[in-house]
Write a protein that binds this ligand. Structure first.
Ligand SMILES: Nc1ncnc2c1ncn2[C@@H]1O[C@H](COP(=O)(O)OP(=O)(O)OP(=O)(O)O)[C@@H](O)[C@H]1O
Length: 251
C-alpha cells in the first residue's frame, strides 16, 4: 500500500532520515520505534508531505506522491494525528473534529466566508461526518460538550476522530499514548485494534515499546535516521542491534 524507497532528508547538513526504505501492506499495523531524534516524526512528515524528501521516492497505492502537497496526499487517503495535536479547548468536541473534515469538501475559503448555500450544505455534511467519526471512537455522547473538559485519553480519541473525518486508508499516529494513564492507554489500544479490524492500515510511532509490540504486526526500528532493524515484535526484541541502540540512548 505504501512504499518508501531510499528516502533521505537532512537539516543543515545533518541527516534526520537517511536512505529509509519500507513497505507497508494493506491492513497492517506497523510500529515505528527508535531513540529520541531517530527520525520517526521526520519520516511521518515525509509520508504526509509536510516535509519533502531530498532524495528517494514515496508511492501510495501505486501512485507516486512524494512531490504532492499534504492536502493532495490526504485526499488520496493518508491522514495523520500529530504528536501533541492541538485541542481547541473552548470549542465543542464536534467542532474540533469538523476542523479536520474540510479537506474532503469542495467549498473553498471564499464560499465559506460568504456563507453561500453550498457552504451551508457542506457544513451539514461535515457535521454529519464528524458525528460518525465520533461514534467510531466512542465519543458519540460527547459531541456537544466543550473539548477542554475531556480527560486527556478522550482528547486523543477526539484527535483520532478528526483524522478519520478525512476517510483515510492509511492512518499515521505519532506518539498517541504519550502522557496517558494505564487505563487510557488500554482504551486507546482497543480503539486502534478496532480501527484495524475495520480495515484501516496504521503506522504507529511510540516510545512505549510494550504498547507498540502489543499492537503491531511488524516493527521498524530507526536509529540516527536509518532503519537498523525490521521484523515481528518477537524478532525485534531479540535483535542485539536494537538492544544496543536503546541502551546507547539510556546511557
Ligand atoms: N525542522 C527541523 N529543523 C532542524 N532539525 C530538525 C527538524 N526536524 C527534525 N530535526 C532533527 O532531525 C532529527 C530527527 O528528529 P525527529 O523529530 O524526526 O526524531 P524523532 O525520532 O521523532 O524524535 P523524538 O522521539 O524525540 O520525537 C533530530 O536530530 C532533530 O533535531
Amino acid at each position: 500500500m505504501l512504499s518508501v524507497n531510499g528516502v533521505s532528508r537532512s537539516f543543515g547538513g545533518v541527516y534526520a532520515v537517511r536512505e529509509v526504505s519500507l513497505d507497508i501492506a494493506e491492513g497492517e499495523v506497523r510500529g515505528i520505534i527508535g531513540p529520541n531524534g531517530a527520525g520517526k516524526s521526520t519520516l511521518f512528515n515525509l509520508i504526509t508531505g509536510h516535509l519533502l524528501a531530498d532524495q528517494g521516492t514515496i508511492s501510495f497505492r501505486s501512485t507516486p506522491v512524494d512531490r504532492l502537497p499534504p492536502h493532495r496526499r490526504a485526499r488520496l487517503g493518508i491522514s495523520i494525528v500529530f504528536q501533541g495535536a492541538r485541542v481547541f479547548r473552548g470549542m465543542t468536541v464536534r467542532e474540533n473534529v469538523m476542523v479536520g473534515a474540510h479537506t474532503r469538501t469542495r467549498t473553498g475559503f471564499a464560499a465559506a466566508a460568504l456563507r453561500l448555500p453550498r457552504h451551508r450544505r457542506d457544513e451539514r455534511e461535515i457535521a454529519r461526518r464528524a458525528d460518525e467519526a465520533l461514534a467510531r471512537v466512542g465519543l458519540g455522547a460527547w459531541a456537544d460538550r466543550q473539548a477542554g473538559l475531556l480527560p486527556l485519553g478522550q482528547q486523543r480519541s477526539m484527535q483520532v476522530a478528526r483524522a478519520l473525518c478525512a476517510e483515510p486508508r492509511l492512518l499515521l499516529l505519532d506518539e498517541p499514548a504519550s502522557g496517558l494513564r494505564a487505563g487510557e492507554r488500554e482504551a486507546l489500544a482497543v480503539l486502534i485494534e478496532e480501527l484495524r479490524a475495520a480495515g484501516l492500515t496504521i503506522m504507529l510511532v511510540e516510545h512505549d515499546v510494550t504498547f507498540v509490540t502489543r499492537l503491531a504486526d511488524r516493527v521498524t526500528v530507526l536509529d540516527l535516521g536509518r532503519v537498523i532493524s525490521e521484523g515481528t515484535p518477537g524478532e525485534i526484541r531479540a535483535d542485539p542491534l536494537v538492544v544496543s541502540a536503546y541502551l546507547g540512548d539510556a546511557s
